[in-house]
Design a protein. Structure first.
Length: 319
């Protein structure tokens, strides 16, 4: 696998969407935010100081321009985001629910779903440290899946590493075999137990690590409010999740992925990067919204200080 280029840029490719975040039942508040998993990961990484570039499409409309302004305000380079005059910017509603959140989408035929290989602009991968591709980017359309494959090949040619964030979405008609192939071929794999079980037939971290032997160097498995686990080769760590009041869990997995990758790109070891990821996700669930709920660097560091120490996983090899 390719060596990690510390300080390199994080490039996320995928669908951009507007997010209308609702308050608790009975409340009349609503907040407009920037959504889409690639953008969410990029925002969290940028808030922690990473150099981030986003590749995608938005409609040539007011919402699309608002999204670019929002991402830019968070420090994300949007030079790789194209305006599509033939399609509108997609939108989803994020509302609280007993299981954490509920999403309702208006995305069929949206600008974000029309991403294609030609949308990778010159210079997008200059100084690349990590390319992030998600299961949504593969599933939202065939042209988007081709764009993702083109980006992976270009990233390899540029000497960068590839991270796959599973984000398996059966409702989009996701091709499990295609996502599994991307995950196996990447350097870093991040996903929930639920998604891993759907894609690989197991979400148990040790079994998954054994199944993916010879695949990604790094594996991060999350489990909601239960501990997250990270593998670096034969070494493994467990990070307990603090007890917090959950207002909306939407986008928490993307927050963890963005924070973990930002930490890795600045040279943090896997165990410490896992702690940064759990801290970011634990902060984000305490507010409504996805990226709009993501913590600042100072807020994430404060939550980091409240976490139980990361612990070696029993049975793994440690120096």
């Amino acid at each position: 696998m390719t060596r990690l280029r510390h300080g390199g840029a994080l490039v996320a490719i995928g669908e951009g969407l507007g997010e209308l975040s609702l308050g608790a039942p009975g409340e009349t508040s609503a907040t407009l935010g920037a959504g889409g998993d690639a953008g969410n990961i990029g925002v969290m990484a940028a808030r922690l100081g990473a150099t981030v570039r986003l590749c995608g499409r938005v409609g040539d409309d007011g919402l699309g321009r608002w999204l670019l302004a929002s991402w830019s305000a968070d420090g994300v380079d949007v030079g790789g985001v194209r305006f599509d005059a033939a399609a509108a910017t997609g939108l989803y509603v994020n509302e609280p629910a007993q299981d954490g959140h509920r999403f309702t989408y208006w995305r069929a035929g949206s600008a974000g779903s029309r991403l294609e290989p030609g949308d990778l602009v010159p210079g997008l991968l200059d100084g690349l440290g990590m390319l992030v591709v998600t299961g949504v980017t593969l599933a939202v359309s065939r042209s988007s899946a081709r764009a993702a494959a083109h980006a992976v090949a270009a990233a390899r040619a540029a000497g960068g590493r590839v991270a796959c964030v599973l984000n398996h979405r059966p409702a989009l008609g996701a091709e499990v075999a295609e996502l599994a192939a991307l995950a196996r071929a990447g350097d870093v794999l991040i996903g929930s137990r639920e998604d891993a079980h759907a894609v690989f037939g197991t979400g148990e971290p040790a079994a998954l690590r054994e199944l993916l032997a010879g695949g990604p160097d790094e594996l991060v498995v999350t489990d909601g409010a239960d501990a997250a686990v990270a593998f670096d080769g034969d070494r493994a760590w467990r990070q307990a999740v603090p007890a917090v009041e959950v207002r909306n869990a939407g986008g928490a997995g993307d927050a963890l992925a963005g924070a973990y990758l930002a930490a890795r790109l600045r040279g943090e070891p896997v165990a410490r990067s896992l702690a940064w990821g759990v801290a970011a996700a634990s902060s984000s669930v305490q507010r409504e919204g996805c990226a709009s709920a993501y913590p600042t660097a100072d807020e994430t560091a404060a939550m980091l200080g409240e976490l139980p120490p990361v612990a070696p996983l029993v049975g793994s090899e440690h120096p």
